[in-house]
Design a protein around this ligand. Structure first.
Ligand code: HEM
Length: 420
């Protein structure tokens, strides 16, 4: 048994350092990220290199066994290598023939301590925040996070790894997480030219369906409060029917407020891009505006292809964010009406204060109007969800149940690294 293998006392299970996860943020996909991280010289005795090597072998050759020898076909060809030192906590290597973005490139690879790699390379604010948040979650579990950055090199023969720092800018590519366990394959499932991407985390899916149930409950009961469409006519004894309907409306309303607070907490603590604060507002630069116009042109049939996103495109995101705003107004107007029942409590006095501005009838009309807007949104939302699933064949509908969408292998979406 070698030093990197740890045996659990009393069992025969052998647990050793292995790659737990590959978290790309920029250009390269998760498999290429591990391959770049494995850019080590032949004969390395570092257990981290062994772990990376096994992960690469499992992805590309379907085999994680065997000792490290640095010469398997699936490993990148390391031209020169400069190890990390106590002053510089990352190594530098020059590798040939890395395939991404539809072509083969020669690149300098910087890999090592996450913080040091982040400091020595360029990355967007959101990529950096995402990498640190994800790494933080793994570090809490006692795992080790390696940062990887790359820089393009035009002529490999002219450059040694010692000069690499001056040849161009390094771009941060992501984090490879190592920990004790069994090496599992980090490769995403592929089928018929499509790769499955884990898109919607379980929390978001649960919230989506709770929203559906609560919006239906509040719409039926709310509409009934406005216009009692079943039960005995008002001229007869209706018993406690309206009281029951209002009770269901209020219980659902407060459950909806709890759901909104849960969603709010996720925007702050989530480690997935599509659940964070930033994702609610899609326009940060000129490129985002250009892509927004590209999407509008595509939707108006003025161009054949629109910009490709795996999450929401800017137009979709703006619509969803507007709906969130509308839902917040709906909650506030509901609370304003509810607060009228108890004007001895300072909290309800505050919540119902806007009623002084527009009056009770207008507040009720506002609350009812927003319900109709929500209905219109739901109709379009369901139509577009089925339309997109039928046209793109990406399993978007089932993704809200099982979390995964199917994306054509080899595409480079605007909002995610390459799909491998
Ligand atoms: C999707 C969300 C919601 C929908 C579709 C909805 C719909 C409605 C509708 C149509 C009415 C009748 C308006 C009228 O003519 O008086 C109503 C009344 C009301 N809603 Fe909502 N509502 C929603 C959320 C909420 C929330 C979050 C609260 C807060 C607890 C709330 C509290 C109330 C109150 C207090 C009334 C007045 C009941 C009454 O006058 O007896 N609603 N709602």
């Amino acid at each position: 048994m070698t030093s990197q293998e740890i045996t659990h006392a009393g069992t025969h299970n052998r647990a050793r350092l292995c790659v737990i996860s590959s978290l790309p943020v920029d250009l390269v996909g998760s498999e290429t990220l591990v391959r770049l991280a494995a850019a080590a010289p032949k004969g390395s005795i570092d257990p981290v290199d062994h772990a990376l090597y096994r992960a690469v072998k499992l992805v590309f050759e379907g085999d994680a066994c065997g000792a490290y020898n640095g010469s398997a076909q699936s490993l990148l060809e390391v031209e020169s290598f400069d190890p990390a030192s106590s002053q510089r906590k990352y190594s530098l290597a020059i590798v040939r023939g890395v395939k991404f973005g539809g072509r083969s490139r020669n690149v300098a690879v910087m890999r090592g301590d996450l913080q040091s790699v982040l400091e020595a390379s360029k990355s967007s604010g959101s990529d950096r925040a995402l990498a640190l948040k994800n790494a933080g979650a793994h570090i809490k579990l006692g795992r080790r996070c390696m940062g990887v950055a790359i820089a393009d090199i035009t002529d490999v023969s002219q450059v040694s790894s010692k000069e690499v720092l001056t040849t161009g800018e390094f771009r941060f590519q992501g984090v490879v997480v190592l920990g004790i366990g069994d090496q599992k394959c980090i490769k995403s499932p592929t089928r018929g030219g499509y790769t499955r991407i884990e898109m919607w985390p379980a929390a978001l899916r649960v919230q989506h369906w709770l929203n559906v149930a609560l919006i239906v409950a509040m719409s039926v009961t709310g509409y009934y409060i406005m216009n009692p469409f079943f039960g005995p006519p008002a001229s007869e004894d209706t018993g406690y029917l309206m009281g029951l309907i209002r009770y269901i409306h209020f219980i659902s309303g407060f459950a909806w407020i709890a759901l909104a607070l849960w969603r709010l907490s996720l925007t702050m603590f989530a480690t997935t891009r599509q659940m964070q604060w930033r994702s609610l507002w899609p326009i940060y630069g000129v490129d985002d505006v250009k892509n927004l116009f590209g999407t509008v042109k595509y939707y108006l049939f003025l161009s054949k292809h629109g910009p490709h996103y795996i999450g929401h495109n800017a137009l979709q995101q703006l619509t969803y964010t507007s709906i969130y705003v509308l839902c917040i107004i709906q909650i506030l107007s509901g609370l304003a009406l509810y607060g009228l029942y108890d004007q001895y409590n300072i909290l309800w006095v505050v919540f119902s204060y806007p009623v002084h501005w527009i009056g009770i009838p207008n507040m009720r009309v506002l609350h009812a109007m927003i319900m109709f807007f929500i209905w219109v949104f739901v109709i379009f939302h369901v139509y577009f969800a089925f339309r997109a699933d039928a046209l793109e064949n990406h399993g978007g509908i089932s993704a809200m149940i099982n979390g995964g969408v199917w994306v054509p292998t080899g595409t480079k979406p605007i909002d995610a690294p390459e799909i491998e």
